[in-house]
Design a protein around this ligand. Structure first.
Ligand SMILES: C[S@@+](CC[C@H](N)C(=O)[O-])C[C@H]1O[C@@H](n2cnc3c(N)ncnc32)[C@H](O)[C@@H]1O
Length: 177
């Protein structure tokens, strides 16, 4: 994930494709893609899930996602949802930053300021035996993010890593206890 000139929505990039590769074989009834951007991950999920819901805080992103994803909701993380999903995925805005100049990537202090809140909200929508899968990076304090996720009642482990030129992508899988 790299800072670029501010765009209307996040175009699928290396991090998107890495997460996509790791969720493409997941199956179930209902899945949620938080911070869907273009809707790329929600589309992958729709191959194996009967119901796919996508959220984002950006209306521009949702306009793009809605070209191919039926259930798009504009809200913070999963705040508008009071139901549970078999799988919740999120490619987080994890870059450490002093302020949120670009909400597609800026994650405030240690890349935790935004992501912790997103995961807290997401945790309420993960059903019994459900899974939360999120992407973070060596640029963020990912150990602390994992600790905070565990404190919400999950068992969390790093299931895959990918080295890029400027960072290492870190995929975390969390199972509700
Ligand atoms: C790194 S982009 C990922 C986009 C897409 N999922 C992908 O993998 O290409 C992060 C996305 O999260 C959205 N976002 C940022 N903060 C959010 C929040 N609090 N609630 C929901 N979406 C948020 C951004 O608008 C952006 O679309």
């Amino acid at each position: 994930m790299q800072k670029k000139s501010f765009d209307k929505y996040y175009k699928p990039a290396e991090d998107t494709f890495f997460l996509a590769d790791n969720i493409q074989n997941e199956k179930g009834h209902a899945a949620l893609d938080i911070g869907t951007g273009s809707g790329y991950l929600a589309n992958i999920l729709s191959n194996n899930f009967e119901l796919v819901v996508a959220t984002d805080i950006s209306l521009d992103a949702l306009k793009k996602a809605h070209e191919s994803v039926e259930n798009c909701i504009c809200c913070n993380s999963a705040d508008a949802l009071h139901c549970s999903f078999d799988l919740v995925v999120c490619n987080l805005p994890y870059l450490p930053s002093d302020q949120v100049a670009d909400p597609t990537v800026d994650g405030l202090e240690e890349g935790l300021g935004i992501t912790s809140g997103i995961i807290k909200s997401a945790s309420n929508t993960v059903g019994k035996n459900g899974k939360l899968v999120f992407l973070t990076s060596s640029l963020a304090n990912y150990q602390e993010l994992i600790r905070r996720t565990e404190s919400l009642g999950f068992s969390a482990k790093i299931v895959s890593k990918k080295k890029l030129f400027f960072e290492e992508l870190i995929l975390v899988e969390c199972v509700k206890l």
